[in-house]
Design a protein around this ligand. Structure first.
Ligand code: FAD
Ligand code: FES
Ligand code: FES
Length: 1274
């Protein structure tokens, strides 16, 4: 491509390699550039969200500062870094850190060996965050590791973070558990403990002695050429001309002002963390960008040299007396919670010095409220920010509440400052600013004015609360929703400010100003961020086991090193294919409407666009088994694929997709919620029901009956690798090969063949690994595969269909929201005699897996409890939402919330502790389930008992009660949940499996099987089992077709017998010489399960997995925040083939469950539009949410395995611990003891359930008078 006019050369370094880009395009970001541009092709840095929100694309950017002569290294999210901003920078991607081809870096090695990777998609980002920390601090403190990963927003949805943090902590001087690594456990000190009595337990999951040492002197040097460039005194303006936009980097401050005068509308690009997402997601377009990033004047802090804002503030705080730096400290506290470090580092420090020659704009109400006369003029820039020192009788605080403590936009935040007349508590000046209560920051100026001269006392507070609520009004339908909660927070934060100031006054003059009541102290501080710690215990291998037998050992994931170096190849990492086209979806914007017309003319006219594909282009079935590939005539949900655009680049395809015009005519009814579906009798399938005993009769003889409803909202899979497909049409016989990440390749093949109207044998599906799935890649890839295949068929060219995060969240849907209605009859001693339970799930618009989800809910819903008269019914509602699908646990995590909720309600009615009622009603001996399958609950009771004892449940419960007596605004709660989880599928033929085993002539073995590697370590376990001497030992535990191995061993047996001391390779060579077949197939017919739904009975499941979890939380009643203090899990793991992988599954599932039950919240408009489409508005747990103390024990039993699904439900121990804490608050406030706490227990739910004077004060709106911004769909 010829050089565009007026374009300078862009010079920077990537991994020590000089890049001279003559056609630098301002619209191209670093991630795209390093991954896709043919010169670099560094595919190891991953794309996951594209908006700076997940950390998967973290790289290290290093710059030389010519003033300080220092090199600064900082992490940055490559997806938000425009390449044009990199002039003079050195970029290190994960390839530059280490590689299997050259040398693995200690960070990569330890992350892999500590089992900190499962699917591996987040791993390169994790490596880069830890690596950058180590470049700056070679011996970090454990808190710095937590901060580097959690606060800096590196998301992982597989591991639960504990092993990732642990790998980082191996670089710190001290480790958490003194006995860690020794094979002994600090939990296991008492002789004769139950665990010791059963079997010898181990805690060592990796061997630190294997780790290479970290040698900072081996790191690559900063390119000297960049130092020379930075020191060049003759800097000149740089211009980069792209396809549509121009980027200008001014040389001096004056140059910048001149540019701003010439291009007043051009934005200044600093970190690009606000601008970048606006351009990408909100369709903003700017023809010119001005980037003053390199200007020293904008990086200068008068008391320090060049520094990031954070460092500068820290420096000032450490240098100056406390009294002077209250504002600085408030800012620092606030900054810690703002985005991740990768984002904060990209936004530089505005300079902190007076600008006497320029205009001064006070940072007051009118400015913050963006009043036009106080705002910047378009030709002006902010050159500096002056932060005055605070004084003695002056208090400044920043307050905030968010869905997640760190890394989440505030639900409400506030900056408040009060100055008193010296030596008094008389208000001289008061300022209160609130954020997230309207479109701009809002000043409560009238309230502040009215309070001048008042004493800082309770009466003032009471007036202030009333007035501020009058002054700051959030309308009932306000964007962002949570209106009553936000109103409550306005005054809750004010109350917190009031208490903090009273405390401050008391510290100034204790005689004059009494301290706040002891019980109120807990309102003052947010929860601290602690470095998580804990122990993982598992059964040691038999000491007589041969050393070469790896079964039972915590072997590292087979691909772990490739994950951490980034070299594990995912779909979009596969190199470009000649002639390939990129696909972008065109999705419906209406929930239920007739398609009147589709106008593609404008889209087709755009550059690079090859075709627009619609339902008319489907040669075969467009509606297969009720799943629609391309909408035809009507749309049935927002997000349904109406068409796709195929173009030469993804950017072109996406632009064109936006230009397709679809005219709709709404159709009634539009059904979004379960309630609406029930009203319209809208269901996907017939009811599923099981029943035992005589429920009606039993209700007549019980002491008490309660009835209730529980709502459980849905969940997004949030796998880190979005749905990705590469469809390659072949020249001959209508063959097609699809590379994709799926849990069900057979279904993809079936759907693609149906869509193309070809026999299935023409369609090959290749699945090597996928970057997380959690059920989301069971059914949806079949539909998306068909969509891509139709495009490939029509264009005759390879199709790359990589869904953007927002499209993935919109189109593929997730866990079924559920409504549970119960009627429970019980005796006053807590014994439940009868239960009549109805479940309704929101299935969405097509069948997908909803029928099976309902079956699973109904069959598993008794959980661990025996209720002699039990009726359970379930139905999937048909609504106009994207079709919900399989998700880890398959309905069990939702259904059992209802069970635990009614058990807890029974306990409350009987004035008994919930754990006692659980134990009373728990299965005790070999029994039959409600669907009449016999099982032995002995492992369940063992897990339960162990969990109670080892977690010191009763002692800690007493301690929590003591804590609660002393604290009014923070409450602690504990809960323990038992689990009986059925593994397998009631339909027998789904349980079958086949294997093909080849032994090659060099002795290497290839096992081809139907299992899909999603991060759970399937291949690793297979290799472990296969490598056992004699190939067959232990194979039956895992391999779906043990007979393949047995067959091969039987064939080899005569040869081995003749040469027993020979090597494997010799035996194989001999076998070949003797023409013995070295290939065998194995087939496992499957467990012979069955379920007769007519009778409501059967042997539905092959086996059960048991467990118990206990969690303790602390709840902030004033804000709704909570902190998970400790979790203990006891999980029946049968004989664990690989305890590291199994513990990883348990921990990962638990944290995913915890997120589901607490902070993960999908928001829908009343019209059925999903708002939550990015990590910014859908919060999965980060490292700061995991338990401060986390103990996991694998208990041995006779069962087979299956931990990854089951562990999810154990996260509900957090939900019920929150319930317990909220109940304590309500008891103290004299409120009704039974209350509804649905799932998720979000901060909003917690705050509004802890009713108090503030929740009572806020204005309430009549629901019939407005349409809310968002609605609950369960
Ligand atoms: C994942 C993520 C999380 C985030 N979380 C938070 C959060 O928790 N809280 C929060 O408040 N924000 C958050 N943000 C938003 C963003 O990081 C901040 O608003 C940040 O301060 C923007 O700084 P920047 O340098 O990147 O701005 P840019 O995107 O470079 O610029 C933003 C705007 O500021 C203007 N501008 C820049 N410099 C000047 C100047 N010197 N004079 C005049 N105008 C100027 C530009 O013209 C542009 O319009 C988040 C962003 C991301 C991507
Ligand atoms: S892909 Fe860049 S932060 Fe998510
Ligand atoms: S291993 Fe972290 S997202 Fe899969």
């Amino acid at each position: 491509m010829p050089s565009l006019p007026h374009s300078d050369e862009l010079i920077f370094f990537v991994n020590g390699r000089k890049v001279i880009e003559r056609n630098a395009d301002p619209e191209v970001n670093l991630l795209f550039y390093v991954r896709k541009r043919h010169i670099l092709l560094f595919y190891c840095t991953k794309y996951s969200c594209g908006g700076g929100g997940c950390g998967a694309c973290t790289v290290m950017v290093s710059r030389y500062n010519s003033t300080t002569k220092a090199i600064h290294h900082y992490p940055a999210t490559a997806c938000l870094v425009p390449i044009c901003s990199l002039y003079g920078a050195a970029v290190t991607t994960v390839e530059g850190v280490g590689s299997i081809k050259t040398r693995i870096h200690p960070v990569q090695e330890r992350l892999a060996k500590c089992h900190g990777t499962q699917c591996g998609f987040c791993s390169p980002g994790m490596v880069m965050s830890i690596y950058t920390l180590l470049r700056n601090h070679p011996e970090p403190a454990p808190e710095q590791i937590t901060k580097a990963l959690g606060v800096e927003r590196n998301l992982c949805h597989c591991t639960g973070y504990r092993p990732i943090v642990e790998s980082g902590k191996t670089f710190c001087e001290s480790t958490v558990c003194e006995l860690k690594g020794s094979g002994k456990c600090c939990m296991d000190q008492e002789d004769g403990s139950l665990v010791n009595r059963w079997e010898k337990m181990c805690t060592k999951l990796y061997d630190e002695d294997e780790f290479q040492p970290l040698d900072p002197s081996q790191e690559p040097i900063f390119p000297p050429e960049l130092i020379r460039m930075a020191e060049d005194p003759n800097k000149r303006r740089l211009t980069f001309q792209g396809e549509r936009t121009t980027w200008i980097t001014p040389a001096t401050l004056n140059d910048l002002l001149e540019l701003k005068a010439n291009f007043p509308k051009a934005p200044l690009v600093m970190g690009n963390t606000e601008l970048g997402p606006s351009i990408k997601f909100k369709n903003e377009f700017h023809p010119v960008f001005i980037s003053p990033l390199g200007l020293p004047e904008l990086h200068f802090v008068n008391t320090t040299d060049d520094a990031q804002l954070n460092d500068a503030l820290h420096f000032i705080v450490s240098e100056q007396p406390k009294e002077k730096t209250k504002t600085y400290r408030a800012l620092l506290k606030h900054l810690r919670t703002l985005a991740g470090a990768q984002i904060r580092n990209m936004a530089p420090a505005p300079s902190f010095h007076h600008t006497s020659h320029l205009s001064l704009i006070p940072l007051n109400g009118p400015f913050l409220e963006r009043s036009p006369e106080a705002d910047l003029k378009s030709e002006e820039i902010v050159s500096s920010v002056y932060i005055p020192y605070s004084t003695q009788w002056h208090f400044v605080f920043g307050l905030r509440m968010a869905q997640r403590q760190e890394n989440a936009f505030a639900i409400v935040n506030a900056g408040m400052s009060v100055k008193f007349e010296d030596g008094t508590n008389t208000i001289k000046k008061l300022q209160m600013f609130y954020g997230s209560v309207g479109p701009t920051t809002v000043s409560a100026s009238q309230t502040c004015k009215q309070l001048i001269g008042r004493q800082w006392d309770d009466q003032m507070l009471s007036d202030a609360c009333r007035w501020v609520l009058d002054e700051i009004y959030i309308p009932p339908a306000a964007e962002g929703g949570m209106v009553e909660y936000r109103r409550t927070l306005i005054i809750s934060l004010l109350f917190k400010f009031y208490l903090k100031v009273r405390r401050g006054l008391n510290q100034m003059d204790p005689q004059k100003f009494p301290d706040i009541p002891e019980k109120f102290m807990s309102a003052l501080e947010d929860f601290p961020i602690e470095t998580p710690q804990g122990i993982q215990m598992f059964q040691c291998v038999d000491p007589h086991q041969p050393p070469q037998d790896p079964v039972g050992h915590p072997v590292m994931h087979q691909s772990a090193i490739k994950h951490t170096t980034g070299e594990a190849v995912y779909i979009d990492d596969m190199p470009c294919i000649d002639q390939e086209l990129f696909l972008a979806p065109i999705t419906s914007t209406r929930a239920h409407a007739k398609i009147i017309s589709i106008d593609i003319s404008e889209a087709l006219a755009l550059p690079g666009v090859v075709d627009v594909i619609t339902a008319e282009d489907v040669p075969g079935d467009n509606n297969y088994q009720g799943e629609i590939f391309y909408a035809q005539n009507e749309v049935i949900c927002v997000g349904q694929i109406v068409g796709t655009v195929a173009a030469d680049t993804y950017a072109h395809a996406r632009e064109a997709a936006k230009k397709v015009k679809i005219a709709y005519e709404d159709i009634e009814p539009r059904i979004i919620t379960i309630e609406q579906a029930l009203k319209h009798n809208s269901f996907l399938f017939d009811e599923k029901k099981i029943e035992q005993g005589n429920v009606e009769q039993a209700f007549k003889y019980v002491d008490q009956i309660i009835e209730g409803e529980v709502h459980v909202e849905g969940q997004e899979h949030f796998y880190m690798e979005t749905s990705s497909i590469l469809a390659l049409p072949k020249e001959e016989d209508k063959e097609m090969v699809l590379h994709l990440g799926t849990q069900y390749p057979t279904r993809v093949q079936e759907y693609v063949a149906a869509a193309l109207n070809v026999p299935r044998n023409r369609i090959a599906c290749r699945m090597k690994r996928t970057g997380g799935a959690f059920g989301g890649k069971v059914a949806k890839p079949a539909v998306l595969g068909a969509v891509s295949a139709v495009a490939a068929n029509k264009t005759g060219r390879p199709i790359r269909f990589i869904l953007e995060r927002g499209d993935d969240m919109l189109i593929t849907a997730g866990r079924h929201p559920l409504l549970g209605k119960y009627k429970i009859g019980f005796m006053n001693n807590g014994v439940i005699k009868a239960a009549d339970v109805e479940y309704y799930v929101n299935g969405g618009c097509t069948p997908d897996e909803s029928e099976m989800v309902v079956e699973f809910i109904v069959l598993k819903s008794e959980n661990a409890y025996y209720i002699p008269n039990f009726r359970c019914r379930g139905r999937a509602c048909k609504t106009n939402l994207p079709s919900n699908t399989a998700f880890r646990g398959f309905g069990f995590p939702q259904g059992t919330v209802v069970v635990e909720a009614y058990i807890t309600a029974v306990a409350s009615q009987c004035n008994l502790p919930p754990e006692e009622v659980k134990e009373i009603n728990m299965y005790k001996r070999i029994s039959k389930t409600a669907f009449k399958q016999t099982f032995n609950p002995e492992p369940l009771r063992r897990c339960w008992k162990e969990c109670l004892e080892k977690s010191s449940f009763y002692t800690r419960k007493l301690a929590a009660e003591e804590f609660n007596k002393k604290n009014y605004w923070k409450k602690r709660g504990l809960a323990i949940v038992p689990m009986k989880f059925c593994i397998g599928i009631p339909t027998a033929y789904y349980n079958q499996a086949a294997t093909l085993v080849h032994i090659y002539l060099d002795g290497s073995v290839l096992v081809t099987h139907g299992g899909c590697e999603l991060g759970q370590g399937l291949y690793t376990k297979m290799i472990q089992v296969r490598s056992v001497s004699g190939l067959s030992s232990g194979f039956s535990l895992l391999c779906p077709a043990p007979n393949a191995c047995q067959t091969l061993m039987a064939r080899l047996h005569p040869i081995i017998r003749k040469n027993p001391k020979g090597k494997w390779e010799d035996w194989i060579a001999k076998a070949f010489e003797k023409s013995i077949s070295l290939s065998a197939t194995g087939y496992f017919k499957g467990y012979q399960t069955n379920m007769d739904w007519e009778k409501g009975e059967g042997n539905a499941y092959p086996y059960y997995v048991y467990g118990a979890a206990c969690s303790e939380v602390e709840v902030n009643c004033l804000t709704g925040a909570h902190k998970l203090l400790r979790t203990d899990i006891f999980m029946d793991a049968a004989f664990s083939i690989n305890p590291a992988l199994d513990i990883g599954q348990v921990e990962g599932a638990f944290i995913q469950g915890m997120g589901f039950y607490t902070i993960e919240e999908l928001k829908y408009s009343p019209e059925g539009v999903l708002y939550s489409r990015s990590p910014d508005d859908y919060k999965i747990p980060t490292v700061t949410e995991i338990p401060e103390e986390f103990y996991v024990t694998l208990v041995r039993s006779q069962n087979p395995i299956g931990l990854g699904e089951a562990g999810m439900f154990l996260g509900s121990s957090v939900l019920f611990a929150i319930y317990d804490a909220v109940a304590a608050a309500r008891r103290e406030r004299g409120l009704a003891k039974t209350f509804v706490l649905s799932s998720p227990a979000t901060p909003e739910m917690i705050r509004m359930t802890c009713v108090d004077q503030f929740t009572d004060m806020i204005p309430r709106d009549d629901p019939s008078t407005f349409t809310p911004w968002s609605i609950r769909v369960s």
